[in-house]
Write a protein that binds this ligand. Sequence first.
Ligand code: SF4
Length: 492
Amino acid sequence: MNIKINDESFAYDVFGLVQAFYPGTKPKMFIDKEADASEETVAIFISEDRITLTIDGGSFHSVSIDPKDRADTKNRLKRLIYETLSDRTKKTLPWGTLTGIRPTKIPYKKLYENKTKEEIFSFMEDTYLCTPEKIRLAYAIARREKEAVGDTKDRYALYIGIPFCPSICLYCSFSSYPYGVYKDRVEAYLDALIKEIRFVGDHFHDRILDTVYIGGGTPTSLSAEELERLLGAVDAHLDLSRLREYTVEAGRPDSVTEEKLKVLLKHGVNRISINPQTMQDKTLKKIGRFHSTEDIRKAYGVARALSDADIKKGGRGFLINMDLIVGLPGENKEDIRDTLEQVKAMEPDNLTVHSLAIKRSSRLHEMLTEYEDELFLNSNEIMDMVYGYADSMGMQPYYLYRQKQISGNMENVGFAPDKKECLYNMEIMEELLDIVAIGAGSDCKKVEKYADGQTDLRRKVERCENVKDVDAYIERIDEMIERKKTLFKTET
Ligand code: SF4
């Protein structure tokens, strides 16, 4: 399906919605002043007071607009496209016209405006045509986020990126580098990172560090000594006295050792992620992971035993999260059910379920023709099964986001029992406080606030990024720090 539109400013939203009706395809987009109709094309013409949509050069639909109200014009445009394509394809989309990454922001904002549950439900149904199930889900998550995160006044979160992994997964779209190949640059990378940590300690000394999240990549790709150096620098330069959560992604089981986990516990880390993605050995090979399901069970067992021992000694131990992906090549519903059964048997504290997203920068995208027939589309039926398993593990959804090209147009969801949620995930998803992000490819966010310190829900978020390339990051570390000084308007 092609798209023609005469107003480029709506092109992004239109593209996402049209593509959601035709999963696995990439519509061609033309910005065309006339937006004249032709075969296999959605042609959209926005005039002073009306939107007209012609499909396949024939059938014609139209709606009136107030051009001064851009938000309403966008909603009307998306509803017009939705109704036309739903009629043509005989499909409905669970999230209706919503194409953004953070659908829970809508009920979250409405809760702060003191809207009732009924008002929020009808707003989401009438404006975005979401199904009642998705509205219930978004509403429940927004309420939980509001309660769990609480007051963020004077607080900030710190993200530390370690862009190394044992090997690169088939679907990976992050800037991650194989640790073995980059081993000789790790020390220099840590030098640069510690320079940024020192900067953060100096320049945010009058703010409260709320959460630390070390992600990547796979931070536990680093050796125990390298982890000790990094976490020691965090202790030395940052005030952790009011820290509510300290997470390290130990994502790849083949990177986890008892020695490294002891380093994490010693430095107060209280949440880790051990991410199987699947408990099917045939799939692990296919996605480029050089470990088995047995390795996953072993890594989890070591982490759980150390955590239990730490709690016995009066420590906090670890909350252990496990990530899964639905829609991996060659898998079917029974594989996913079996994976969920095996994960349930291990009893993690949190579960995060992603719907596979085929990103342009991944190897999977390059090799799409090879895997096309093996890709399993996520669906309501699968997500119902996932929600059912999480519930039987005593966990409810606590954060959610969507991605472009996401399998079945579904969502990624984090599950946790009450009081065991990952605060950082909720903070970043709702953009509730400044996120200071350091390391190659990381992305800082400065969140504008009301004068009284409360987060402005119509907030402006300004960003600055670090370069992605490891060598460039090391060489240009002073420039990365300058970018942060400018964003957070610090003087020295
Ligand atoms: S573990 Fe994550 S970051 Fe590392 S290669 Fe796989 S998908 Fe990419």
